[in-house]
Ligand binder design. Sequence first.
Ligand SMILES: [Zn+2]
Length: 290
Amino acid sequence: MIANSINKSNQQTLQKEINFSGIGLHSGIYANVIIAPDSPNSGITFIRTDLKENNTIKALWSNVSSTNLSTTISNENKISVSTIEHLMSALSGMHVDNAKIFVDGPEIPIMDGSSFPFVELIEKAATQEQNNKRKILKVLKEVTVYKEDSFARIVPSNQFSIDFEIEFNSTLINKQACQLQLLNGNYKSDISYARTFGFEKDVNELRKNGFAIGGTLDNAVVVGQHKILNKEGLRFKDEFVRHKMLDCIGDLYLSGHPVEGYFYGRKSGHFLNNKLLRKLLSDEQNYKLI
Ligand SMILES: [Zn+2]
């Protein structure tokens, strides 16, 4: 179980701007990103600077428009930004409540496939405490969503905890479960290094369908039939399940708040993570903001 102690004090933003650039995993499109501090209670906002109008997209569960291989959010004018989950995960893990993210393309750069580069940049810029209290989404009732043999569940708890299990038809992964404690800064050491992954056998089909065009061994773990194709090997023995947890932390941050609840996922992914938030937040008896 991962237990993430939530700082119940004040909201935070960045002390100064962050800049980075790179290609998108799926589109292969190069983009430049600036993350700027923002005022209290504004949350996380994406702004497409390559577009002149209607270019603002709030990082909220209700704006999720696609969960196919990554999480995409769109505004009412169908302007979108995709593969936001690793950056959202880093912002959540580093307790950044308010920030404006300017990006001049349709997809957030994949960097090395993990959220570590974002964590490092946030650390360098440093966070700044603000005057307003942080609002936490406290789960009051158990909520579960299913898809075939997968599910995502959240139950009341006094802390944010994640318990995750995956299963793949590959001798290199098989079943992996991760239950560990994540307290004060452990997001960086226990989660942030875990890279996204894919299977060598799927690459051609993915590319035919317009996915993974920017994917290389420098930004994803590629699982072959008998071995991991990346020369450097894995960063954790169970890097695969840890990456799914990294994704989950990013997807849950689209609630707009740190979550106080115990998440249990079995083969969950972007689709179920978002479905869980939609169900949780559809009934005010399920949660309260404290
Ligand atoms: Zn991911």
